[in-house]
Design a protein around this ligand. Structure first.
Ligand code: ATP
Ligand code: MG
Length: 395
């Protein structure tokens, strides 16, 4: 058993001793069987939230309306969710109501894919009601039950299918893929933020290239956030070809890669960024890196200076896009040889210029400082007080 599950085992036992069932469920069981690192340990139980709260001293109501209580144990937090079913999805996204049940089977049935529907008991016994083990063997993503029904209930599951296929380098089973193709338009009903999360994880997966090809195959693009006139299937194919061997390692890399390469004019980029509802930070990063990616062959030292805190992201994305090692080394050298990293590194500031009688407060001062900054970065002026004073006098 992986160490995280060993550490959490006493929790299952304590619930069992109180007379209820408890299991590890979801991604942690899948990842354990695959021998991969676990993210979070999720526990499902027949005990109702109130009953869980009576069993443990320290609990936090993290999602009590969905049946989730967090138990604190040795500095770790464990989410324990009551077995539940989700009934009547009228809007293709969230269940109208959650019903707590005492049956593990009911709880596993509502889960998306067979490989996400395992349970593991305190004795280390795997419960596999839908032949998820067979699907792991076949390396395939298969919906629990009828794929069309499951994707009609919750359209986000289609993005999740692609995400897991990419993450695990699995194929999507035939019926599940057919359902994806048939129901892709329902994705339009899903909140952009939720699609965003699955899409990011998809692009960071080991088989992201294949997942993009599948997206093209089932014609998913029209139903994703973003502007159809900017991003086309050709763009996805272009990206897919570059994602065969290397994947982005951060969200900044994901979005720079996806948007800076495919959306040409800057105006469109802003529109595209907004339609994906990306964070301010990501929007700012992509906004700064997109022009640099588009003129990667002719970056000046001034360009490089302006993106210097994003150097690693820029280089990583250019590498994924198969820019030549020579060019990458050249850009790396530009970064390395920058005389200053920011205006704060200048040997002279505005106050000192005023004191020396070379400037007066006002808009002109800003222009003088910019001129100094540019000259220093371009190597035309030494970053040294006397030299800078002489430079200002000459201007
Ligand atoms: P990760 O390792 O990325 O966290 P995970 O399998 O734990 O993968 P989560 O998104 O954390 O994925 O979801 C936890 C579990 O909840 C899943 O394994 C699955 O059983 C169930 N689940 C999550 N989202 C859905 C959904 N939209 N429909 C049905 N079941 C879902
Ligand atoms: Mg998880």
């Amino acid at each position: 058993l992986p160490s995280q599950l060993v550490a959490a085992k006493p929790i299952l036992e304590k619930i069992n001793q109180a007379g209820y069932e408890a299991y590890f469920v979801g991604g942690c069981v899948r990842d354990m069987i695959l021998g991969q690192e676990l993210h979070d340990v999720d526990i499902a139980s027949s005990a109702y939230p109130e009953e869980i709260k009576q069993i443990f001293d320290k609990t936090v109501d993290t999602g009590i309306q969905h049946g989730t209580v967090m138990v604190l144990d040795h500095g770790e937090g464990y989410e324990i969710t009551t077995f539940r079913t989700e009934s009547t999805y009228t809007d293709f996204r969230r269940p109208d109501s959650v019903t707590f049940v005492r049956s593990l089977e009911e709880d596993l049935k509502r889960r998306d894919f067979t490989i996400n529907a395992f349970a593991l008991d305190a004795d280390g016994q795997v419960i596999d009601l839908f032949n998820g083990l067979g699907d792991l063997e076949k390396k395939q993503i298969r919906a629990v039950g009828d794929a069309k029904e499951r994707f009609t209930e919750d359209a986000l599951r289609m993005m999740r299918a692609l995400r897991f296929a990419s993450k695990l380098d699995f194929t999507i089973e035939e019926k599940t893929l057919e359902a994806l193709e048939a129901l892709a338009p329902n994705l339009e009903k899903i909140a952009v933020e939720r699609i965003q999360v699955e899409f990011e994880k998809m692009l960071m997966g080991q088989a992201a290239g294949q997942a993009l090809l599948t997206m093209v195959e089932v014609d998913l693009l029209p139903y994703l956030p973003g502007q159809a006139e900017f991003v086309t299937n050709e763009h996805l194919l272009y990206l897919a070809s570059h994602l065969q061997n290397r994947q982005p390692q951060s969200l900044a890399q994901v979005w720079t890669l996806y948007l800076a390469t495919i959306v040409r004019p800057a105006v469109d980029l802003q529109k595209e960024l907004r339609s994906w509802k990306l964070s301010r930070e990501i929007m700012a990063t992509v906004g700064r890196l997109a022009p640099a990616i588009q003129k990667a062959d002719s970056l000046t030292i001034w360009d490089v200076y302006q993106i210097n805190d994003l150097a690693e992201t820029l280089l990583a994305v250019l590498k994924i896009l198969s820019f030549s090692p020579t060019l990458l080394r050249h850009i790396e050298e530009l970064f390395f040889n920058l005389p200053i990293r920011s205006a704060k590194d200048l040997a002279v500031n505005g106050g000192q210029l005023i004191k020396a009688g070379l400037a007066t407060p006002g808009p002109l001062l800003g222009k003088q400082l910019s001129a100094i900054e540019l000259a220093v970065v371009e190597g035309r002026l030494e970053n040294e007080q006397e030299a800078i004073f002489d430079f200002v006098k000459e201007q």
